[in-house]
Structures are given as C-alpha cells and as structure tokens.
Design a protein. Structure first.
Length: 397
C-alpha cells in the first residue's frame, strides 16, 4: 500500500512515544521507508537503538551533528520524504511549529520542509484543552498541517479525556489516505451514521435499530478513494472507521451542531437514522414508579438535519445525499422525500423486518436522482458503499 513512499517520522518526547515503535513496524510492513528523527526528550522514552533497529535506518537526533550534515544536510533531510509525520506531537512541539521556531533538529526540519506535514498530538487533557494549544492547533490547521486524533480515554497521567495519541493503526490509515491519489483526493465529504439516542431521564432513552454499518462502510469506501471524511456518528454497534475525523454524538440536536461545525464540505451523505422526536419533558432526575400511575412523555420534533443542509443558500455542499428508510411504497415515498427535503439523491431501502436490512450485513437499495430511480442488486453493505462512493467521485469529478 505504501511501497516506495518515504516517511520522515519525528518522535517528540511524550509517554506515547512507545506507540511510535509500533507505527514504524506497521509502516515497514506496508513497504514504506522510514527516516526517524528523535528529539532530545523523546530519547528519555524510547532509545535511538530500538527506533533504528525497527526502521532499519539511521536515527537523526542532533542539529549540529557534522557527520550528518556531510551525509545529508537538514534541508535535504526535510525534503526527501513524501510525508513528514510527527507522532507523538507534544504541546511544546506544536507551539514551536505554530511560531515557526527552529531551535533543534525536529523544529528546524519542520520549518525547512516543503513536504506535507501530519501530526498526531498527545498530551494531558488540560494541556490539550488549554486556550494556547487550541490557538496553536488553529494556526497549524491554517498552515495545512493535517491532524490525526487525539483520542479520548484514560491517560498515562491518570486523567480521562481527549489527549491520548491515536492508535498506530489509525495513524497508518491517515498516512495511507494522505498518500492515496484516489479520485476524491482533496475533497471533503461529510457522513452521518448510526442511530441517535434521545434521553427520557438520565438512565433511559429512545433509540432505533440502526447499527451504523452502512454509514461506516460508506465512510471507509470514501476514505479508500482518497476523500477527507468527517464522520458524525450516533452511538452505533459497529466500530467507527479509521482514517476519518470522528465526531461522536448522542442526540439529533448534537448531530445537527456537529454537522454545522464540520461544513463546508464538497459532498454530504446522511446515512444516520435520526430520531424524529425527542422527549420534550426529559428530566435530569430518574423517573420513579408512582403506585401504578403511568408517566406521560411529551415529545418535540427534532430538527431535520438533511433538509436543513439541503436548503442552505450559502455554502451548501455540491452534492447532498439522503437515505430513505421505508416499509411501504418504498420508491414513491422516497421519490417524494427527495423533493420534500431538497437533497440531490436519495438512497432508498426497504427496512421491513423480513428484509433483514436494518442491523444486517446486506442492503438492497434504489438510487433516486433527478434522472429517475435505479435499482441496485442486493449486495453486502460494503459493496453498496463502494458503488455509492464511486458515484460520488463521478459526480464531484
Ligand atoms: N434525517 C435527518 N434528520 C432528521 C430525520 C432524518 O437528517 N431529523 C435524514 C436521515 O439521515 C435520512 C433522511 O433524512 O438521510 C430520511 O430519513 P427517514 O427516517 O427515512 O425520513 P424521515 O424524515 O424520518 O421521514 P419519515 O419518518 O416520515 O419517513
């Protein structure tokens, strides 16, 4: 997959540096060449010897190492790669990058390079949330640095939250996407997926049977074609795809906000099974049994995310695709839905229980466009996703 691609891997000093050893192993397995650079602090976490043994190459550590300058100057070192990857990227190195400082080999290479740069941040949750880091992140994004992660979870420092470096396999997928010259290279595609959960009280919620399988397969197929995918998902049964910008939400209202934040996009695919109603009378306290008296739930209508994006007058994605989950008059209902919601295409499917589609591994869809209805055969959700991704690529070409 990455044969003959050269990665300049800068490892900065954080506990996550140990994961970079696994990243090197995965990159080598995919046929990539890895030129490793360690900051001084990184050498407190991993040794140059182990890095060099895995990479099968010399490790660069010091800006003023004259032997290295004779072999390969730092300017040249920064430019021979197809991609510069910083994993882990500490808050300190991000700050240096944002300011354009060059006081050691890693920061000098990053300032001298004309190659695309990707960073996998890793730091304590408070450092990640600090306004200074948020500012630096925005500067780096504006400088076209691509960002992988960080993930949310337990941290080595004992705290919990966002700041954990992405897993090596996720970084590998992001690298592969960055270096893939597919037809959707440079296109931003937004995908919604999964069910939404609408709370009744802190312990109960209203949900639906969507597993998130079709939306996840679509995101994977788009990534494989080189798209830059933002994946907004409700609480799904299946694992989210890798190589995407992942946004996890619970409710329809949160999903709408996440979608608005993720725009602009070249295309948007709304595969989520969004709850039509939320419980307006949802309470912050658990509803208790009351001697046989039944609770009364009041409902309010949720925002229609697909319709609101389709009707945007400013910054509407060039292609908006909705899904229609129907049990009766599938084509007629879906055709009317396309017009009513003002999207460009509708992928219609019959979700009657006997079809086994909702929650299953296969799908049988009809693609409805302004040109009419096109029946696709019953295929695995993966194959259906690939067909749809190919059509999206044709439409955006
Ligand atoms: N959708 C959405 N926001 C909602 C409801 C639906 O974005 N609040 C999107 C879904 O992601 C899907 C499409 O609208 O792409 C159609 O969803 P579906 O459930 O089939 O349609 P509804 O609008 O719910 O209409 P109905 O329940 O009357 O069939």
């Amino acid at each position: 997959m990455l044969a003959s691609k050269r990665i300049l891997l800068i490892i900065s000093g954080g506990i996550a540096a140990y994961k970079s050893l696994e990243l090197i192993r995965l990159l080598k397995k995919q046929g990539a060449d890895v030129t490793p650079v360690l900051t001084r602090a990184a050498q407190e976490f991993v040794t140059p010897l182990s890095v060099s043994a895995l990479a099968g190459e010399k490790v660069y550590t010091d800006l003023f190492d004259l032997t290295d300058e004779a072999e390969m100057g730092h300017i040249q070192l920064s430019r021979v790669a197809d991609l510069v990857v910083v994993a882990p990227a500490t808050a300190d190195l991000m700050a240096k990058m944002a300011q354009g400082r060059a006081d050691d080999l890693a920061s000098t290479l990053l300032l001298a390079t004309d190659t695309p740069v990707m960073i996998a941040p890793a730091m304590n949750v408070r450092m990640w949330d600090h306004p200074a880091t948020r500012r630096n992140l925005e500067v780096l994004k504006a400088d076209s640095v691509s960002i992988v992660g960080p993930n949310e979870g337990d941290m080595a420092c004992g705290e919990y939250g966002p700041g954990r470096m992405s897993e090596p396999s996720e970084i590998l997928d992001a690298i592969a996407t960055e270096l893939t010259d597919g037809p959707l290279k440079g296109k931003h595609v937004l995908v919604t997926s999964g069910p939404t959960h609408e709370p009744i009280d802190p312990v109960r919620y209203i949900a639906n049977r969507s597993s998130g399988a079709q939306g996840t397969a679509i995101a994977r197929a788009l990534v494989a074609l080189g798209a830059d995918v933002t994946f907004v998902t409700g609480p799904a049964d299946v694992d989210p795809p890798t190589g995407v910008t992942l946004v996890q939400v619970e409710t329809a209202e949160d999903m709408l906000k996440a979608v608005q934040t993720a725009l602009p996009a070249d295309a948007a695919i709304f595969a989520a099974a969004v709850a039509d109603w939320r419980v307006a009378s949802a309470t912050g306290r658990k509803i208790k049994k009351q001697n046989g008296k039944l609770p009364v739930l009041e409902f309010a209508e949720n925002p229609d995310i697909l319709a609101s994006v389709s009707r945007m007058t400013n910054g509407r994605p060039g292609l908006v695709v909705g899904f229609a989950a129907e049990t009766d008059d599938v084509i007629a209902n879906a055709t009317a839905k396309r017009v009513r919601k003002q999207c460009d295409w509708i992928v219609a499917n019959d979700v009657s229980p006997e079809t086994g589609i909702m929650g299953g591994s296969e799908n049988a869809v009809t693609l409805i466009t302004p040109d009419g209805a096109e029946d696709w055969p019953r295929l695995s959700k993966t194959e259906t996703a690939k067909r749809l991704a190919d059509r999206v690529a044709e439409a955006l070409a």
